[in-house]
Design a protein around this ligand. Structure first.
Ligand SMILES: NC(=O)c1ccc[n+]([C@@H]2O[C@H](COP(=O)([O-])OP(=O)(O)OC[C@H]3O[C@@H](n4cnc5c(N)ncnc54)[C@H](O)[C@@H]3O)[C@@H](O)[C@H]2O)c1
Ligand SMILES: [Zn+2]
Length: 363
């Protein structure tokens, strides 16, 4: 199956997501003038004798070690320093290769260096291929605050090569599946049922169903970002699972991969919706048992997080604009809403409820 490119419309710059069947596009990029490659260190070590061979003899490439700690102002400083050693001109073309952290760091650098340089992104994780590579957001952590700093800066092009997904660690792959599930749930009943059917094959990383899930996720996200690029309305709904998820990430000092925190966050948001009576118990149970629980591969029981500290972190969420805490909820009929009046008690309750819902969470 050869997928046609997705053409993303942006008020800042239109760009295409191309689905590649070989790494030839990297050889083409390597031959173009002023290119500098910035590569995730693990991806480099894993793929330099394979997909990344075209870059091995290139005069301008460097690698970056990847962790949430590098997604900071110090982390971007290191990238500025390396770039200035190699190609200190405004006409440089940065090609970044890696997952969502690489994207966030290099996207921030591309948007700020000389007030913006040319930037191509090659996502290498499921999360980045199916979700983060479109939408133009770049984000840095600041202290305990997740994604506090950032810009809107779309790449000039995105190239998706599914071969990279074969080498992802299980925990990170399932983190990506969390975002894939989120986008399919937002897409509604049919999309969710299709994902459920394809899930066993996707879990064994069978190419075609995996690629189809990536494509469907991006097509759904495209619809939301094109109608609200700067996240002032409808795009907020893509934050399903993130209100509780970000709090867990912050409270555990990022001990849990992002998409896995989103899975936990969706379970909790559903618990709140269920309590409020906007999501029926049978639908909540179906989504939990057939989709979300099988995707939870992190040993959440081993994590130490204090519910009260998580709720405290939620009060600092930048998305809070109303009287209480903000929460994106899935309701009956897969109708998505954002509420701005969740009480601290409701949030605390959700943590308690979660420990009942998922016995493995009880430490
Ligand atoms: N900018 C956005 O719109 C956006 C959206 C969603 C998530 N994010 C951010 O993305 C980050 C998570 O990104 P992620 O899940 O893509 O992973 P990641 O970038 O955190 O990488 C996870 C691990 O996988 C390794 N890795 C990457 N590709 C690999 C491959 N092909 N084979 C083997 N190992 C590989 C990395 O070195 C790292 O150790 C979070 O910081 C999250 O906040 C950003
Ligand atoms: Zn996310």
């Amino acid at each position: 199956m050869r997928l046609t490119p997705l053409h993303i419309h942006s008020q800042l710059r239109d760009y295409a997501v191309t689905f590649e069947s070989s790494s030839d596009f990297l050889a083409t990029l390597a031959q173009a003038p002023h290119t500098v490659f910035v590569v995730d260190e693990i991806v480099w070590q894993t793929h330099k004798q394979g997909a990344l061979q075209a870059i091995v003899d290139h005069p301008a490439y460097f690698t970056i070690p990847i962790s949430e700690d590098v997604k900071t102002l110090d982390g971007v400083s290191a990238v500025y320093n390396n770039l200035m050693k190699m190609a200190p001109k405004r006409n440089l073309h940065m090609v970044s290769i890696g997952g969502g952290i690489t994207q966030d760091i290099t996207g921030f650098v591309a948007s700020t260096l000389y007030r913006g340089v040319a930037w191509t992104y090659v996502p290498t994780t499921l999360l980045a291929q199916a979700d983060s590579c479109i939408g133009a957001k770049t984000s840095l952590n600041y202290g305990a605050y997740k994604n506090l700093l950032g810009t809107f800066y779309p790449p000039c092009a995105v190239h998706i090569l599914p071969d990279f997904l074969a080498t992802q660690q299980d925990e990170d792959f399932y983190s990506g599946l969390g975002e894939v599930a989120k986008l399919h749930l937002i897409g509604g009943q049919t999309m969710t049922e299709n994902l459920n059917t394809a899930l066993p094959a996707i879990q064994t990383r069978t190419l075609q169903p995996l690629l189809q899930a990536v494509y469907n996720s991006l097509a759904l996200k495209q619809h939301y970002i094109e109608s609200d690029e700067f996240d002032t309305g409808k795009r907020n709904l893509l934050n399903y699972g993130h209100c509780f998820g970000h709090a867990i990430e912050a409270a555990t000092h990022f001990a849990i991969p992002h998409g896995q925190a989103v899975v936990v966050g969706m379970l909790m948001a559903n618990a709140v919706a269920c309590k409020r009576g906007t999501l029926s118990a049978p639908l909540e149970a179906m989504i939990r048992t057939s989709l979300l629980q099988p995707l939870l591969k992190t040993n959440v029981a081993a994590l130490e997080f204090e519910p009260a500290a998580c709720v405290e972190a939620m009060t600092h969420d930048k998305k809070n604009t109303g009287r209480g805490l903000s929460l994106v909820m899935l309701n009956n009929g897969y109708a998505m809403t954002k509420i701005d009046d969740m009480t601290n008690e409701e949030a605390l309750n959700a943590f308690t409820h979660l420990r009942e819902l998922i016995p493995c969470l009880v430490a």
